[in-house]
Design a protein around this ligand. Structure first.
Ligand code: B12
Length: 297
């Protein structure tokens, strides 16, 4: 079941409170509601998720939110082991629904998108990446795990809604870089930080990224680098690219598994980072600075 909006009754049942409490919260502005043509209140799924996370309310019937994989996880949660261990088990045994459940329920319990990426998903995928060394099936398991992880992160992305007036962010992985997940995670983290994120994905030429940044009037651009050597890429492209972006008011952040090392003197317009926590902090700082500037003018 794919839900996009809930009635107050459905949301009340999902979190185990009375419908009248729910309507009171809605009327008091704690939960944003839309009205149907007939005047009935409707709560969007991302808004329901935001409310549950902010208030720390446990979900008793996640299937009513269209998230049955969260319920199917209840028993699994009682097993020993960290979330990374559980995710690794599900990824390596091809249990897609359960892997989605780990990601979604961690987010619903208040784990940030950046923490999920840095502390749960990246370490689980790093362990998957070691399998081929001692298991001939390791390569197919790695490909399957990547696909499962992409599904889980895409589902997470649909649960998060930036404000209508959110600034745009555009990015991807550079030409020759086949890695899909890191850029997808950047887009998810930026959405959670209040940006409209446009993910151009793996293997994206810098010129196309520049065009997209222009068309979207992006405030922020990202490049996630995992698979190519950075030196020639940066030396040829990056300094020029970041200058063009800066001229249109777009800030650039570069990061990823391949640690960014910038040529001397080129770092004026380029922010570098290694973790999603750093990305989130940079994105938040940019919004705060823009707000402060607007208030001062
Ligand atoms: C899946 C995978 C692949 C898949 C990718 C599929 C796809 N379409 O996405 C495929 C099959 C293509 C692949 C190919 C190869 N792979 Co590979 N791969 C992996 C694996 C298992 C997971 C990668 C992943 O998605 N991780 C999840 C992400 C979220 O984690 P992350 O990249 O670390 O990202 C974090 C940070 O970097 C940061 N971050 C990311 N982006 C950004 C952006 C910004 C702005 C900021 C601030 C931060 C940031 O935040 C993230 C969360 O913490 C890794 C293992 C690993 N340790 O990562 C190996 C791994 C990277 N691969 C490896 C190798 C050897 C290869 C191949 C050479 C294999 C081969 N012989 O062909 C090729 C090379 C391809 C290339 N052209 O570069 C090695 C690299 C070893 C090394 N010394 O560099 C690893 C480490 C596996 C291993 N242990 O041996 N791979």
């Amino acid at each position: 079941m794919n839900r996009t909006a809930l009635s107050p009754k459905e949301m009340a049942e999902a979190i185990g409170v009375s419908e009248s409490s729910l309507k009171r919260w809605a009327d008091g502005g704690l939960i944003r509601v839309a009205r149907t043509a007939g005047g009935h209140r409707r709560i969007s799924l991302p808004e329901a998720v935001r409310f549950v996370r902010e208030q720390g309310i446990p979900i008793v019937r996640p299937e009513l939110l269209g998230l049955p994989e969260v319920s199917s996880l209840q028993l699994e949660l009682q097993r020993a082991g960290s979330e990374t261990d559980r995710l690794y088990d599900f990824l390596t045994t091809g249990r897609s629904k359960e892997a989605r459940g780990v990601v979604t329920s961690a987010y619903l319990r208040g784990t940030s998108a950046a923490q999920l990426a840095d502390d749960i998903i990246a370490p689980a995928m790093a362990r998957v990446g070691d399998l081929w060394r001692h298991d001939p099936a390791g390569i197919f398991v790695e490909h399957r795990a990547t696909d499962i992880m992409i599904q889980a992160v895409n589902q997470l992305r649909l649960l998060i809604e930036p404000p209508a007036n959110a600034p745009e962010a555009v990015g991807g992985a550079p030409a020759g870089d086949p890695y899909v997940l890191p850029s997808l995670l950047v887009a998810t983290v930026l959405t959670a930080e209040g940006y409209h994120a446009v993910n151009l994905g793996a293997n994206c030429p810098t010129d196309s990224l520049l065009q997209a940044a222009q068309q979207h009037k992006a405030r922020l651009a990202w490049i996630s680098i995992s698979g190519v050597t950075l030196e020639p890429f940066l030396a040829r492209d990056m300094v020029d690219f970041s200058g063009k972006l800066a001229a249109m008011g777009t800030r650039l952040i570069i990061g990823g598994r391949t640690r960014p090392v910038l040529p001397a003197g080129s770092d004026r317009h380029i922010q570098t980072g290694v973790t999603m926590a750093e990305l989130a902090a940079f994105a938040r700082g940019l919004l705060a600075a823009d707000d402060a500037r607007q208030q001062a003018s």
